[in-house]
Design a protein around this ligand. Structure first.
Ligand code: HEM
Length: 147
């Protein structure tokens, strides 16, 4: 399981690191024309790059969960470990939905003008991804300390 955990943590670094960099770029680059050039150039690469790492993260997570017999605990909250693994899976499900929504809007409107609703959903999605990542990391740390 050492290599699975290694891959899981590497994927977490790539996925969370990437999301923090992109979030920071959004705050740092205020000029709209520059934003369009930067996001237009890196957007598609970033979308594929992050999707691959998220898929690795979720699949290695379930392999680790199976190895430690945690999967039957999902949906229960009767022990501290069951509570944290259930919470982690709920947060990861929310993260996956926010990511699919965000990617869908990003690819559908690439180099095109967005409607107000598309802008709101896209920004809300990024904020949700950013926040959920921090919470998932907290849950991961708690699970690790109980194994
Ligand atoms: C966005 C998704 C995820 C992120 C960011 C994430 C992050 C992490 C991190 C950083 C660790 C190492 C914690 C530490 O050593 O203190 C970890 C461990 C672990 N994760 Fe995840 N994880 C994700 C998804 C999942 C999923 C979906 C599952 C299972 C259903 C899972 C199960 C586990 C388990 C069992 C460990 C402990 C493994 C061990 O210590 O040997 N993870 N996770």
């Amino acid at each position: 399981m050492t290599w699975t955990l290694y891959l899981h943590i590497l994927a977490a670094c790539a996925w969370i690191g990437g999301s923090i960099v992109l979030f920071g770029l959004g705050l740092f680059i205020r000029d709209k024309a520059t934003q369009e050039i930067v996001y237009g150039a890196i957007g598609p690469f970033y979308g594929y790059f992050e999707t691959v790492w998220l898929l690795i993260l979720i699949s290695t997570g379930f392999i680790l969960g199976g190895h430690y017999d945690l999967l039957p605990m999902i949906g229960q909250t009767n022990t501290e470990l069951a509570y944290w693994i259930t919470l982690k899976v709920v947060l990861v499900s929310g993260l996956s939905i926010a990511t699919i929504l965000h990617l869908y809007i990003a690819f559908a409107t690439h180099k095109r003008n967005r409607t107000l609703m598309q802008k709101l959903l896209s920004r809300g999605g990024s904020l949700a991804i950013f926040t959920l990542n921090l919470l998932i990391l907290w849950a991961a740390m708690n699970i690790r300390s109980m194994l």
